[in-house]
Design a binder for this molecule. Structure first.
Ligand code: ATR
Length: 283
């Protein structure tokens, strides 16, 4: 009998996870099937109980359930608790255990795709929402020289910094302040949704002060090249889109379910084909 895996969220009809995971199961020869389930907020509790009752082997969690699922699970991994969000659940002998692979997925994609280390780097995160939290906590364990945050609502950036448990130099800035300081950073990461389809002409901040050779990474993958990345490229930056993060968070979830780390290059090809574009890592 096939093992069943899935995704819960709303909406999920455009998700690329089923295609990516079903292909990966086939590649490693495991009889399993991954299905995307549309679950409205008010049905989350029933859905989680249903997953358990049906013996579903594992599932991903996406918007809007990443935080609200926490009290419904049997146990939460330490990192996911710190981040305050779960994107991966493993059914361990009938107990549902929550993990977060988003932040680690981003950091793995950043380091492996661009072949860099984060030790001693000066990093700026744009945004202080759910996505920023995971990335911030994962970056913090990599010995960066500083990880500064800028956000439209500066207080949210300050809150995030004050909650942290890992000692790393971090300052909170407004978007205007950060624009003036862009030349100080080696790596700039957009974690906001600004520039995502259909608002493809928008940018979270101006890159006037960006220095040549800076790495600019955007977690958005639709479009494959946001206005921020286009501008950054024009300024001589090294750019990276969000396909890598999407693939690596999925690959790390897959590893938790099967014990096998899948072929991320193959996963990337599937995602990029689905998005109708070319792989985008510009050096
Ligand atoms: P996610 O879980 O995807 O990170 P979120 O928690 O709602 O979503 O966070 C969205 C982030 O994008 C926040 O940093 C938000 O800024 P605020 O904290 O000020 O709301 C940022 N954001 C969203 N729309 C924005 C816009 N038009 N301009 C600047 N920042 C924006």
């Amino acid at each position: 009998m096939k093992k069943l895996f899935g995704l819960i969220g709303c909406p999920v009809h455009h998700s690329m996870s089923p295609l990516m995971h079903n292909d990966a199961f086939k590649q490693i020869g495991v009889a399993a099937y991954y299905h995307a389930f549309h679950v409205e907020k008010e049905h989350l509790q029933d859905a989680v109980q249903g997953m358990k009752a049906l013996g579903i082997a594992g599932f991903n969690v996406t918007i809007p359930h990443k935080t609200t699922i926490i009290p419904l699970l049997d146990d939460i991994d330490e990192t996911a608790l710190q981040i305050g969000a779960v994107n991966t659940v493993v059914n361990e002998n009938g107990r549902l255990i929550g993990y977060n692979t988003d932040g680690e997925g981003f950091v793995r994609a950043l380091c492996e795709e661009l072949n860099i280390e984060l030790t001693g780097k000066h990093i700026l995160l744009i945004g202080a929402g759910g996505a920023a939290r995971g990335i911030y906590f994962s970056l913090a364990s990599r010995k960066a020289a500083c990880i500064d945050l800028c956000n439209r609502t500066v207080d949210k950036a300050k809150e995030l910094i004050n909650e942290r448990k890992i000692p790393v130099l971090s300052r909170a800035y407004s978007l205007d302040e950060a624009q003036q300081l862009l030349g100080n950073y080696d790596i700039i990461i957009n974690t906001t949704s600004v520039g995502m389809y259909p608002n493809v002409e928008e940018m979270p901040l101006s890159l006037t002060n960006l220095k040549k050779g800076t790495i600019v990474s955007d977690i958005i993958y639709n479009p494959l090249e946001t206005m921020l990345l286009k501008e950054a490229k024009r300024c001589g930056a090294i750019t990276q889109n969000g396909v890598g993060m999407f693939v690596y968070q999925g690959a790390l979830a897959f590893e938790k379910w099967t014990g096998i780390f899948p072929d991320t290059n193959r996963m990337k090809q599937i995602v990029i084909e689905q998005l109708g574009g070319k792989r985008h890592v510009n050096r």
